[in-house]
Design a protein around this ligand. Structure first.
Ligand code: ZN
Length: 284
């Protein structure tokens, strides 16, 4: 079933999907305006699928009782990039906690995947994958701040506050987000080591920027850098290479003279995401 055109029974889902994508778009527009000056925003469509058809199981490996998940597929043409969010629901088990988890699930797709690679030039190759340290850990970590923005009245799309960021939605979202990253849980989410690593590096970068710019300035610089990298790097291999090389540089064990402190000092000054990427992703 597609929710592209809506209809009474899927109207609330369509409203939620629109709210998630428009919120993500507003953050990209605010922090990366140069992208919207020179590129088209991706065309976005939605699809809702029962999982499995008539089945009674969770459609994911995360250790939380949430009977929904989503993925983003790319269908890029020569001129227009297309992102489709596929929402999978275990229809028979759908309950309040699942309903309240949908804003986090859809914000994850919208912020982490719908716009990723859009400024890379070439068509994006694949469906987004969970084995993507940058998207799943680093970019996902921004969502808890976005929830906070809604509560503090700072979101650029405050009209979506009720639908995305009520108390129940935030609690369910933060619980799912924590379970995705927790490597000590039994059973553990399949992707937890990737999510945890991405978060660790993101926290390190955020703290290092805060040392240079103070908390207000570092928030802007961190969102600008994070969302800018997500727009520019085309594939999970490039994003994973960036995180890997950044970790090596943080640990001081890289051999080629790349100093992560120098890179962050420079970014704090020139705000060039391209310069930052070129230090950590070879051949770009
Ligand atoms: Zn994802």
């Amino acid at each position: 079933m597609t929710v592209m055109q809506g209809g009474h029974c899927v109207a609330p889902l369509k409203a939620l999907l629109d709210a998630a994508v428009e919120t993500a778009r507003a953050y990209y527009e605010f922090y990366c305006p140069e992208f919207f000056d020179s590129h088209q925003s991706p065309a976005t469509s939605y699809c809702v699928r029962p999982y499995p058809a008539g089945g009674r199981d969770k459609p994911h490996h995360i250790p939380v009782p949430v009977f929904a998940t989503a993925e983003t597929r790319f269908d890029d043409g020569d001129r227009v990039k297309k992102s489709e969010i596929v929402l999978k629901l275990s229809v028979d088990l759908f309950d309040l906690n699942t309903q309240e988890s949908l804003p986090y699930i859809l914000l994850h797709e919208a912020l982490c995947h719908v716009f990723q690679g859009c400024a890379a030039g070439q068509a994006r190759r694949t469906t987004a994958t969970g084995f993507d340290i940058f998207s799943e850990g680093w970019i996902d970590s921004l969502i808890s701040e976005i929830f906070l923005d809604f509560r503090l009245g700072k979101s650029p799309r405050q009209e979506f506050n009720q639908i995305l960021a009520g108390q129940g939605q935030i609690c369910a979202g933060i619980e799912m987000q924590e379970a995705r990253a927790n490597t000590a849980r039994v059973p553990m989410s399949l992707f937890a080591p990737y999510v945890a690593r991405g978060r660790t590096v993101a926290n390190w970068v955020r703290t290092a920027l805060s040392d240079r710019l103070g908390s207000d300035g570092s928030r802007h610089a961190f969102f600008q850098l994070s969302l800018g990298i997500n727009l520019r790097l085309e594939g999970a291999d490039q994003r994973n290479a960036l995180v890997h090389n950044l970790m090596l540089a943080i640990q001081g064990s890289i051999n080629d003279g790349v100093k992560v402190g120098d890179a962050l000092n420079r970014f704090a000054d020139d705000r060039s995401v391209g310069n930052f990427i070129s230090r950590f992703v070879p051949n770009r």
